[in-house]
Design a protein around this ligand. Structure first.
Ligand code: SF4
Length: 222
């Protein structure tokens, strides 16, 4: 995982305790690396989804955060605006974040597995695009280097964990991503809109996420 940053001369894994000034520098570096990655993606035609998309949806939020939310792919509104989670599902995600004291404006970063919208949101018809696009997400994770990744839905969890179990089996449990980052999966907000009875389980997951973040920050401050 350190290959991309290493090639650019960065190693955030080695940065354990840093003061505020150094933190500002690290954050600016992360922002700059993300901008470079976005430039590298350019007007991407690496898979067939470029033919039908309006905008590439790269990611949004605080690059200096310690928690990253990963969704599946842009929907119609995201495709039009170029920002992840801005439709109905996005508004639900914002409420979920607010419930645990988080916000895309201040302390989380949000990105998708696919950066271009699959026609009619049918990712299942474009699974080969995931292998082609995934390296961009992996590099976003490498740059941000969060303490915790929250996968929203099956596609994101399967892409990062390389497992095949249904979301009902894997949600609410902590895994390790790349040996050093905690990862938990929960339901995608779109699923919750279609299946409101699952909101109770999603709320249990959110409470675990909040508790884990507190714990991880305590460990770091020791
Ligand atoms: S989905 Fe990813 S790989 Fe495919 S065109 Fe969009 S940015 Fe490129």
């Amino acid at each position: 995982m350190s290959s991309y940053l290493g090639s650019l001369g960065f190693s955030y894994h080695k940065m354990k305790k840093i003061d505020d000034k150094e933190l500002d520098t690290v954050c600016l570096d992360k922002e700059s690396l993300l901008n470079r990655l976005r430039q590298e993606i350019g007007y991407c035609k690496r898979c067939e989804l470029y033919k039908t998309r309006t905008n590439i949806v790269f990611g949004v939020g605080n690059p200096c955060t310690d928690i990253m939310f990963v969704g599946e792919a842009p929907g119609e509104e995201e495709d039009l605006k170029g920002e992840p989670f801005v439709g109905r599902a996005g508004r639900l995600l914002d409420r979920m974040l607010e419930a645990i004291g988080m916000s895309r404006k201040t302390n989380v970063y949000i990105a998708n597995v696919l950066k271009s919208r699959p026609p009619e949101n049918k990712i299942i018809n474009y699974m080969s695009s995931i292998d082609i696009c995934l390296p961009f997400l992996l590099r976003q994770i490498e740059i941000i280097n969060p303490k915790l990744i929250v996968c929203l839905g099956t596609i994101a969890a399967h892409a990062l964990l390389k497992i095949k179990e249904p979301i009902t089996k894997i949600r609410g449990r902590f895994y390790m991503y790349d040996k050093s980052i905690k990862l938990i999966a929960t339901y995608h907000p779109s699923y919750l809109l279609r299946n409101p009875y699952a909101k109770k389980e999603a709320w249990e997951d959110l409470k675990k996420i909040k508790e884990m973040i507190v714990k991880l920050r305590e460990v770091e401050s020791v």
